[in-house]
Structure formats: structure tokens, C-alpha cells
Design a protein around this ligand. Structure first.
Ligand code: ZN
Length: 412
């Protein structure tokens, strides 16, 4: 039986969202949390973008060290040879890639403006896949951008060509959130049956259905005999109305009526990490979690109305589908209400040692403390907000990696 995996794209689709971004340290912490929650692959960034190079290389190093394991780190590229060459020049150790190209007539005609035919698109894609293998890629996914506005016959032809050139997965991009659960099911099932490749579901929320279409698409892939890789972002942060929210999608797959009896997860998901990752994304993107967000919203387990409060007190299952403890919620959170010392780009050694002492980090020498403080200052220059405990712990634990992450050399 085919299975469902999660391929999170917060560090790619999430950070390309208008008005939002993550520092390289935040992206790294995000990869660590995604690994903890059990995501199969993190689309961790853009290997052709120069300011990403140090971050990408440092995270691949963390993978080698076993810190980011078993999660896979995959880069996003355009499906053209030039991008493959640049990627392997800037990030030689990158091994997992997704290569993207538009497949709809809308995009071919209005984005490429007649410069490319449908055959050119397939040609570019297969040449890019060949180049990726030649440069040492270990896995390649091929993305059909705007797949939901592409006719099925061409999508099948595109997918088959990708398969012939050894691609491991076909990403079905509902780029504009145009599909509904019924249409995506039919299309993805036909793709799975005719192309015979595992299918990625990349769904957007322009019509408020990203989680629903992801679920229906996954069902289509599995009914068609193929594994499904659902693309998610933490808190649904992504282009325009966003992507399928990671936690909501996990809940939908595992808790919705009868679904988990037939459609199972490939890896093991640790839902207990849901609260932590959602809170971190909210802090890092500086976007509050909506009060009614599934699982992690402030009201997800709140009851006020008499009948509901009475019912839930008698038995939570009267009005709750799942327990807050399952998502790692319920621990009290300490908020400083008196004097506060925080870190910043101009912090000094005494305040810094005080903060690190509070989180039980001590230094063997003044020099060591000074070195870590210097890195924390640099991290603050990029983040523009006090670092959270896990970020400080990360820098103290992996100063050499932090140094690489934080190195931006625009003139090189
Ligand atoms: Zn997207």
C-alpha cells in the first residue's frame, strides 16, 4: 500500500511570501523543528541564490553531523541547465532537488510570451533532470507549475518524460489554489495511474481549500497506486493566501472521518512538536497565530458557551475531536513581568552571561563567552529581534556552524 509523506516548503514558499522572511538562523531552527516533528523533506532554500549559499552549506553540514537526520534537505531550482550548474557551483554538496517549470498554456503563452513551445518545456525539463544526475544529485522531483490549469494529456506527457529521465517524483502544483477536492482527486489519480511516479501535492489556499485539496490529492495518488508527498508550510505561511498548514494537514490526515484507516503515513509524525513549531514560526515570521487556527489557535480548545462548557467538563470528547496534550500544549509559559535583560546587536558580556545562565549555559572561559556573544550579536543584526532560547542554545552548541550561517559576503 502506498503511503503519505510530508515535504515542507516553509523555507522556500514560506520565505518568498510578500512582506515576510526568515533569518538564516531562523531557517536553520525551522529545519531542526521539521526534523523533530517527522517531516520527510524540508525544501530548505534556493541553491542558486548567493545569500543562501552559506546557510545551505551549513545545514548540509548539520545533516552530515547527524543534527538534521533523518530529514532530507532539498533545494528548489528552475528546470533549466544554467540553474543546475549554478546550484552545484555554489552548493557542491547539495543532493536533493526539485526542478520547477510552468506547464499551463496560460503560463506558456503569457509568461514565456511565445519564447517556448510545449515541447520546449519538456525539453528544458528533461535536460535539467539529466544535468542534475550528471552533477551528482541523489533525488530529483519535477514540478509542474500551474498543473491545475494544465490539460491532463500534456501533464501525463510531461510526467512520463520526467520519469524516463529518472525523476523520483512529480510535483502537482495547484499554484493558484484553483482545484477543489473533487477535481484534484480525479486529476492526481489519473496522473498516478498513467505516469506511475510518486506525486507531490502542492496546494494553495486562494479558495480556502489548501488542506482539503492536499488530502484529496493524496487520496488520488494512493488510489492510483503511488506514494503521496504533501507539501506544507508551518502556519500555512506562503504566497498570497498561503499553503496547506503543516499541523492542520497532519490533523486532517490522522483524525478526519475514516481517512487514517485506509491512508497511512509513511514516516512517523510526532504531533507533540506541533505547538512548538507553530509558536516558533509565529515568532520568526512575526505573524500571530489566528485565534481559530486548527490545533494551535488560542481558541482551539476554548469553551465558553454554557452547553459546550458543561459538555466538555463532563467528557472532553463531547466537544473536542482531539486533546490539546496531543499537540504538546498545556504547559504553562513563563512571561517576564519584571526586569528583563535581552540580547541584541549591541549586547555586552555581563548581560549576555546573565541570559545564558538563565538557560543553564555556562562558558569555560571569558574568551568562549565573548566569541558566542559576538555570534549572537550578528544573529541579531539579521533578525532584528531578541533571540529565543533555542536560537541561543544553538549558537552556544554549534558556534562554528553559526559562524558560517551568519556570514554574508555580498562583495565576494
Ligand atoms: Zn507554492
Amino acid at each position: 500500500m502506498s503511503k503519505i509523506y510530508f515535504l515542507d516548503v516553509t523555507n522556500r514558499d514560506g520565505v518568498q511570501t510578500a512582506k515576510l522572511g526568515l533569518s538564516k538562523l531562523e531557517k536553520t531552527l525551522m529545519n531542526i523543528y521539521l526534523n523533530e516533528i517527522g517531516v520527510f523533506q524540508s525544501e530548505f532554500g534556493f541553491p542558486t541564490t548567493k545569500h543562501e549559499s552559506n546557510y545551505l552549506k551549513a545545514n548540509l553540514e548539520l545533516a552530515e553531523m547527524g543534527v538534521l537526520k533523518p530529514i532530507r534537505l532539498g533545494g528548489w531550482l528552475r528546470a533549466i541547465i544554467a540553474d543546475i550548474e549554478t546550484a552545484f557551483k555554489l552548493v557542491p554538496n547539495i543532493r536533493h532537488l526539485n526542478l520547477s517549470i510552468s506547464t499551463s498554456n496560460q503560463m506558456i503563452q503569457s509568461k514565456f510570451q511565445g519564447r517556448k513551445s510545449r515541447d520546449d518545456i519538456i525539453n528544458d525539463m528533461t535536460q535539467a533532470v539529466d544535468a542534475a544526475w550528471a552533477h551528482g544529485a541523489e533525488s530529483v522531483g519535477v514540478n509542474a507549475e500551474d498543473a491545475s490549469r494544465t490539460d491532463l494529456d500534456y501533464l501525463v506527457k510531461f510526467g512520463k518524460a520526467a520519469k524516463e529521465h529518472g525523476a523520483n517524483r512529480l510535483r502537482y502544483c495547484d499554484t493558484l489554489g484553483y482545484d477543489n477536492p473533487f477535481t484534484i482527486y480525479e486529476t492526481v489519480r489519473a496522473l498516478a495511474e498513467n505516469v506511475a511516479l510518486p506525486i507531490e501535492l502542492h496546494c494553495h489556499g486562494d479558495l480556502g481549500m489548501a488542506v482539503a485539496t492536499s488530502l484529496a490529492g493524496a487520496k488520488g495518488a494512493i488510489d492510483g497506486g503511488q506514494d503521496a508527498y504533501i507539501n506544507t508550510t508551518v502556519n500555512g505561511i506562503g504566497e498570497r493566501a498561503g499553503n496547506a498548514d503543516l499541523v492542520a494537514t497532519i490533523l486532517a490526515v490522522t483524525k478526519s472521518k475514516g481517512f487514517a484507516e485506509k491512508y497511512q503515513l509513511g514516516g512517523s509524525i510526532d504531533l507533540l512538536k506541533a505547538w512548538k513549531i507553530a509558536k516558533f514560526a509565529s515568532y520568526a515570521f512575526n505573524v500571530p497565530i489566528p485565534i481559530n487556527q486548527p490545533g494551535v489557535g488560542a481558541n482551539a480548545f476554548a469553551h465558553e458557551c454554557g452547553i459546550h462548557a458543561d459538555g466538555v467538563l463532563k467528557d472532553p470528547e463531547n466537544y473536542e475531536l482531539y486533546g490539546f496534550e496531543e499537540l504538546g500544549r498545556g504547559e504553562p509559559e513563563l512571561v517576564e513581568t519584571g526586569r528583563e535583560i535581552s540580547t541584541g546587536e549591541y549586547s555586552g558580556i555581563s548581560g549576555f552571561r546573565h541570559i545564558m545562565g538563565q538557560i543553564a549555559v555556562s562558558f569555560s572561559s571569558k574568551e568562549e563567552a565573548q566569541e558566542v556573544l559576538e555570534l549572537v550579536r550578528y544573529a541579531n543584526v539579521e533578525a532584528h529581534k531578541p533571540l529565543v532560547e533555542d536560537e541561543l542554545l544553538f549558537i552556544a552548541k554549534y558556534p562554528a556552524i553559526a559562524k558560517k550561517l551568519l556570514a554574508l559576503n555580498p562583495l565576494d
